[in-house]
Write a protein that binds this ligand. Structure first.
Ligand code: C2E
Ligand code: CA
Ligand code: CA
Ligand code: CA
Length: 277
């Protein structure tokens, strides 16, 4: 059973038939849900190691559905993507994130925001122009925006993805490879990509306190990343011991429940205030 951001157990487990129907409903209701304010963005802080400064946040989409309750992205993003509606979702999250960064800049804070990109955006030639105009509209410097992309997303259609990634990189936005370590071609292809950051997949970070294999994977990703001049981020940091190990390996950034769960905009503001008070 899944646990949500507030730590509550989410109990409802639908049957196959119900799931099919639900998927269909989600796809047909999505645009209206965006307009009705059912879709929101939560933010999870990323802190520097070792000094724990808040460098940025990852934007994570949420849907409070009138019938199904609070939905996490794993429950609706794949369906939205398959239905060809991901562009609307990405624009929504991008706008929300840039509005947040702009508000911080106005109060003297430089905190970046990371937005997850789906495979579809990486095959959309118009995407870099859309990003450039969003940065312009919100008057946010490009280095305060990060895109997180998965290896499978890039490898689905590298011929189309690469020029788009290069264009994004030329704009000056930061590119990160998400869920690193879970794919096959990882090491070889990382050199070819115009990326600035690797995010070690949380499955390795969870196990590193007890599993020597996981610890070895994490250590080698940190070393590989640094040897390629990349910043290394660990996600899924839940325990002090993991943070301490990451720190001693020289991992640059930590993200996970130990630091904070993803928070609504309001809770994030309170969290930031409490930290700087
Ligand atoms: P992801 O990009 O790998 O995001 C990290 C996920 O791990 C988030 O789940 C986050 O809540 C969770 N997490 C963070 N720290 C910890 C921890 O310490 N322990 C544990 N157990 N989990 C942790 P979430 O928010 O449910 O998002 C799931 C996935 O949905 C994301 O995985 C991402 O691939 C996708 N997603 C989220 N927002 C968007 C979006 O706006 N657009 C697209 N295309 N995909 C999104
Ligand atoms: Ca991510
Ligand atoms: Ca990830
Ligand atoms: Ca993931």
């Amino acid at each position: 059973r899944a646990v949500d951001d507030e730590g509550e157990v989410r109990g409802y487990v639908p049957s196959m038939g119900q799931m099919f129907l639900r998927r269909f409903q989600l796809v047909t209701q999505f645009r209206q849900a965006l307009e009705d304010g059912q879709v929101s963005v939560h933010y999870q802080p990323k802190v520097s190691l070792p000094n724990r400064t808040v460098l940025g946040v990852e934007a994570l989409v949420r849907w409070t559905h009138p019938e199904f309750g609070k939905l996490h992205p794993d429950e609706f993003v794949p369906a939205i993507e398959a239905a060809g509606l991901i562009g609307a979702l990405t624009s929504f999250v991008l706008d929300a994130a840039l509005i947040r960064v702009r508000k911080w800049l106005d109060t003297g804070l430089r905190i970046s925001a990371a937005v997850n990109l789906s495979v579809r955006s990486l095959t959309d030639d118009g995407f870099p122009a859309l990003v450039a105009s969003a940065l312009d509209r919100h008057a946010v410097p490009p280095e305060l925006l990060t895109f997180e992309l998965t290896e499978s997303g890039v490898m689905a259609d590298p011929e189309r993805a690469l020029p788009i990634l290069r264009e994004l990189h030329t704009l000056g936005v930061v590119l990160a490879v998400d869920d690193f370590g879970t794919g096959y071609s990882s090491l070889a292809y990382l050199r070819q990509l115009p990326v600035d950051e690797v995010k070690i997949d949380k499955s390795f970070v969870f196990g590193m306190g007890t599993d020597l294999g996981d610890l070895a994977v994490v250590r080698s990703i940190v070393e590989l990343g640094h040897s390629l001049g990349l910043s290394v981020v660990a996600e899924g940091v839940e325990e002090d011991i993991a943070r301490d190990q990451l720190e001693s390996m020289g991992c640059d950034v930590a993200q996970g429940y130990l630091i904070s769960r993803p928070l609504s905009e309001k809770r994030l503001e309170a969290w930031l205030q409490a930290r700087t008070a």
